[in-house]
Design a protein around this ligand. Structure first.
Ligand code: 6PG
Length: 398
């Protein structure tokens, strides 16, 4: 998602934008840094900018938004974008989510006067307020509360519905997903020192994993990444049907992720049930007692609506306590281990990667939110992202 925090100088774009970027696990772009030196000089002297002054600045901001959007990266930018015409220009080709920071002008003036590190002359506030054209399509936020409260409200509003990104091709879909995952991991590691991800198997995600293995294109601090599995077929780790083997061959053998950070589901213990218990023990070393702490779960969707190895109408969907269970799937290989809904729904971000027309009906049904297991994830996860190619998106109600 590309978010632009807009509003007059002093409305809190930088403070709130930086915090929001942390919450969304992405980079914050300070639009003011893209002003040419001549503009900064003018503002410093208290001379208002005109449209011509703002042109090269808006061009630079738009280029940054466009690049992030094309890469699939989330980005939060701060940019006053006072006029409708500026906003129209910035969102040409980029689906911008505007957040309009507004409030009592006296409060904003007091905050402006209190800050010492900015080139803007506080007297310019009046001219900015006169220039401001109130946006009608923005999330409007009053800036009177504490930054944490405001950002919490913004984050909830922005992530209340699933984010759906449709790419014109399967390859484009993998590239968008890879851009998001790489930037999400970088931001998470920068903030928390590590990133815990659970990945899936099946046919689809190999295209994503192969892209992520391109360490030049997708720089990732692999030594701080821990990889878990959403589900596994109960077959030996070198079996061609093993999800671990697939991830190893497409990604993990090609990137510098330390072996001790790779946590495959065991599949050679005395029973699948014992393996589920053993995996739950491993997860308990990393997660909070309520099952929180996975930063990202990467999921797929089966034509029958299953995700991980949670199949519609099966007893595992009703699991409320255990984090990992052994199941008998209605497809081969039948014996599997899977994370359960109590764990998947507590991840900070759940992302579904789906490609191909054969899944179009399943995607449309899942997104209506009325069927399980996906319905529970849509209802309960803090943030849900869908990456679809145009074929998989073909039946969505829009
Ligand atoms: C598995 C997966 C599973 C997968 C879906 C979609 O082990 O099969 O982890 O949950 O995500 O079945 O699989 P396809 O991409 O193969 O259709």
């Amino acid at each position: 998602m590309i978010v632009v925090m807009m509003g007059v100088s002093g409305s809190g774009k930088t403070t709130l934008g930086t915090l929001l970027a942390k919450a969304l696990r992405c980079e914050y772009l300070e639009g003011d840094l893209l002003h040419p030196a001549a503009n900064r000089e003018k503002m410093h002297k208290g001379i208002p900018l005109d449209d011509a002054d703002r042109e090269p600045w808006l061009e630079a901001v738009r280029a940054a938004l466009l690049e992030a959007h094309r890469d699939g990266r989330d980005l939060v930018a701060g940019c006053s974008a006072l006029k409708e015409s500026y906003r129209e220009y910035l969102m040409d080709g980029v689906p911008v989510q505007w957040v309009f920071l507004t409030g009592n002008p006296e409060l904003i003036r007091a905050r402006l006067e209190a800050r010492t590190s900015h080139f803007m002359d506080p007297d310019l506030l009046d001219s900015q307020l006169a220039t401001l054209e109130i946006p009608i399509d923005a999330l409007q936020v009053d800036v009177a509360d504490t930054p944490e409260q405001i950002v919490d409200r913004i984050y909830r509003a922005l992530t209340a519905s699933p984010e759906i990104r449709v790419s014109s091709s399967g390859a484009g879909n993998f590239a968008v997903a890879a851009g998001f995952v790489a930037s999400f991991i970088r931001a998470t590691v920068a903030e928390r020192g590590r990133c815990l991800i659970a990945i899936s198997g099946g046919e689809t995600p190999g295209g994503l994993y192969e892209r992520l293995a391109d360490t030049g294109r997708y720089p990732i601090p692999w030594d701080a990444v821990h990889i878990f599995w959403c589900d596994e077929r109960y077959v030996p780790p070198d079996d061609p049907r093993s999800n671990f083997r697939m991830a190893r061959e497409t990604l993990l053998d090609r990137v510098p992720c330390p072996d001790e950070n790779i946590h495959p589901m065991p599949t050679t213990l005395q029973s699948p049930r014992a393996a589920a218990d053993a995996y739950e023990d491993i997860l308990r070393r990393f997660l909070t007692p309520d099952g929180g702490g996975l930063d990202l779960v990467l999921l797929g969707l089966g034509r029958d609506g299953h995700t991980a190895s949670l199949f519609p109408d099966r007893p595992a969907l009703r699991e409320t306590h255990r984090w990992v269970v052994a199941v008998e799937a209605p497809v081969e290989p039948a014996s599997r281990l899977t994370l359960t809904l109590p764990l998947l729904t507590r991840a900070d971000c759940a992302a579904f990667l789906v490609s191909g027309g054969g899944k179009a009906e399943a995607v449309a049904t899942a997104l209506r939110g009325e069927t399980e297991p996906v319905g529970a994830i849509l209802r309960s996860a803090a943030r849900v992202v869908w990456w679809l190619d145009s074929e998989a998106a073909g039946r969505i109600d829009r």
